[in-house]
Design a protein around this ligand. Structure first.
Ligand SMILES: [Zn+2]
Length: 142
């Protein structure tokens, strides 16, 4: 059943096939979300940070988000990054250097701020997933 306007959750994460079952387990299990809107693209939220470098990527991603924000007015936003993301290693923007986790956490914070600027009052939770021994752990990013 579709949640009522103002009561839904909107999730953004990478389209990684490796992490997909772990994303789903986390969102459905740990976060107890059954019906939620999802934007899953390579690198997850990273495209949203590329206004300077790849403005068309950024524009398209924000446009998709605006569509769902206007339609659903979700009560909660969940942004999820993950370890060893191929987009961060092999995507169009590989000139950024530094530890991947640090880069992703910086991007998650940057996007949360930009999201609140665009959609005031948004309640946003960010997480970073790490897979080890076939078990994923999702740690909050503050
Ligand atoms: Zn990824």
């Amino acid at each position: 059943m579709r949640p009522a306007r103002g009561e839904s959750t909107f999730v953004v994460h990478c389209s990684s096939s490796l992490y997909m079952p772990y994303f789903q387990d986390f969102v459905r299990g740990e976060l107890s979300l059954r019906n939620y809107s999802l934007l899953a693209i390579p690198g997850g939220i990273q495209s949203l940070t590329l206004e300077e470098y790849l403005p068309k990527f950024s524009w398209a991603a924000w446009r998709h988000i605006k569509f769902l924000m206007d339609l659903d007015a979700p009560a909660r936003i969940v942004l999820i990054g993950h370890d060893d993301c191929r987009w961060y290693h092999h995507g169009p923007i590989t000139r950024f250097t530094g530890p991947e986790r640090q880069r992703q956490e910086t991007d998650l914070r940057k996007v949360a701020t930009a999201w609140r600027d665009r959609f005031p009052g948004s309640a946003i939770d960010s997480y970073y997933g790490i897979l080890a021994n076939r078990k994923a752990t999702f740690e909050p990013v503050r």
